[in-house]
Design a protein around this ligand. Structure first.
Ligand SMILES: O=C(O)[C@H]1NCC[C@@H]1O
Length: 346
């Protein structure tokens, strides 16, 4: 064997969503904040993301997180989140996998029955409350940075449909949120391909028709995610809904999506459909669940905002080392449009 890169990867999933965690083999990168480090990865180190997420080592259904030293003295560790087409400011499912990997491998000491952890994401400080038993993380609840609705019930034109009514919200990524019933979806697994095709079209149309920019960071601009929201119901008195998040370039989030849940909580609050502190269960197309609530109210620029808390459970599936043979013809992998809608075989 002849490798010139050896990368230690803790493979994880939460709610079925594969979000792996690189715990060794990359060292630190320049940047005075984790947001700056994210930009360094994006602008100078993107080959690493491609090595891990593109075929033949990865796939379109995976995300990867690079553990980096925190820059904020309050945080124990930092992480840069890399997805198929972007480096988001925040990701709920990735955060749950990062916390689980750090605690279950001993990189952050675990105390039972509860370990409180502070991490630094590109979006800023993320406080986590992790329940732990017999060396296992049995639940990760994170407090997200503020989420808010940019637009409530605005029209969206999409070829082949009467004028749609959508919401646009920030939950660490920017979502156009459309109504599943209006689009004729029941949010069942057999609809996955159709959800992705329509979700990508919705995203493109919304990004063109509804420009948005985060008031505190000009780099958090534009709609990059679609959420197709199922009807709000009460199950044993608890607010519950299904949803499908279409992650670019056009695949379903297997989990109920933490940033999507945060965005939806802000929309529910803006519409007067949820109270502060009330539990909201969000369910994915495969039936996995996150439990969430609005912890408190705040503001972001001139927007009314909420502080969301979202809880799920992640599992380590594999401890692996990914290597790169210097003669490997695919050092940054490749993508093909059979699974990667914007396929690029180079
Ligand atoms: O939980 C989330 O926020 C996300 N899951 C994969 C794509 C999003 O980052």
């Amino acid at each position: 064997m002849r490798w010139n890169r050896v990368i230690n990867v803790v493979k994880c999933h939460v709610g079925g969503e594969i979000n792996n965690v690189v715990t060794g083999g990359i060292g630190d990168v320049p940047g005075s904040t984790v947001f700056e480090k994210m930009k360094y990865f994006r602008d100078h180190n993107d080959d690493l993301r491609k090595l891990l997420l593109h075929e033949p080592r990865g796939s379109v259904t995976q995300c990867v997180n690079f553990i980096v030293p925190a820059t904020d003295p309050e945080a124990q560790m930092g992480y840069v989140i890399a997805e198929s087409t972007e480096y988001p400011a925040m990701s709920g499912s990735n955060t749950m996998c990062v916390a689980t990997a750090l605690l279950e491998t001993g990189m952050i000491p675990m105390t039972e029955p509860v370990t409180d952890v502070v991490l630094e994401a590109p979006a800023g400080i993320i406080r986590l409350h992790c329940t732990c038993r017999d060396g296992k993380v049995t639940g990760v609840e994170f407090e997200n940075q503020p989420a808010f609705a940019y637009e409530i019930s605005v029209p969206l034109e999409l070829d082949g449909y009467p004028t749609l009514t959508v919401d646009v919200a920030w939950g660490g990524m920017t979502y156009v949120i459309a109504d599943a019933e209006q689009l004729g979806f029941a949010l069942t697994p057999d609809e996955a391909r159709d959800l992705c095709d329509l979700g990508q079209r919705l995203k493109t149309a919304a990004a063109k028709q509804i420009p948005v920019q985060h008031p505190l960071n000009p780099e958090f601009a534009g709609i990059t995610q679609t959420e197709i929201a199922g009807p709000l119901t009460r199950v044993d008195g608890v607010l519950t809904a299904r949803n499908a998040v279409i992650v670019s370039p056009g695949r379903l989030d297997r989990s109920p999506c933490g940033t999507g849940t945060s965005a939806r909580l802000s929309v529910l609050k803006a519409k007067g459909l949820i109270d502060v502190g009330e539990e909201f269960v969000h369910e994915s197309v495969i039936g996995s669940r996150f439990h969430s609530r609005i912890d408190r109210l705040t503001s972001v620029g001139h927007y009314d905002a909420i502080i969301p808390r979202v809880r799920g459970q992640a599992y380590i599936t594999e401890l692996s080392q990914v290597g790169l043979d210097p003669a490997d013809p695919y050092p940054t992998g490749y993508t093909l449009s059979d699974t990667w809608p914007t396929g690029d075989p180079t």
